[in-house]
Design a protein around this ligand. Sequence first.
Ligand SMILES: Cc1cc2nc3c(=O)[nH]c(=O)nc-3n(C[C@H](O)[C@H](O)[C@H](O)COP(=O)(O)O)c2cc1C
Length: 132
Amino acid sequence: MLTQILYTSRSTYPRGNLTDLEILRTAMRSNENDGITGALLRDHRRFFQILEGEQETVLSLVRRIQQDRRHFDMSILVQRSIQDRTFGEWSMGYGEIDVGTIGALESINLARTDALDMILATVLPFVETPAL
Ligand SMILES: Cc1cc2nc3c(=O)[nH]c(=O)nc-3n(C[C@H](O)[C@H](O)[C@H](O)COP(=O)(O)O)c2cc1C
């Protein structure tokens, strides 16, 4: 069964750092092997990452990412079963989002059943394929 997970975490380093590229290089290679797709969004201090794939694979990746010292305070916001992927084209898309967008994301009530759809609609325009 396909699962989609959104988590947020706090970055240990600011936006514009090459460390993002290192993470993306690893992610793109490893996710392609594992059938995982998604996107990594960030502002100056926070990450938002969406991961899609087979439930067991996604959960084991989440456990691995949780150990990563390049971020902390990881918290899963939404997890749901899906029929179709939103990020089928991206082994890991990337985007920088601004404070206004973060504010819009934070104002979405996560208890709503369509919360993740609203979040995805908000961030999708920012996602691009990283040029590595
Ligand atoms: C914010 C963030 C997002 C990450 N996303 C992924 C990802 O999508 N896929 C991936 O394989 N690793 C990702 N990583 C890197 C993993 O934490 C880990 O370093 C990498 O998978 C290598 O794991 P290993 O050293 O156990 O082989 C991410 C790390 C951070 C900090």
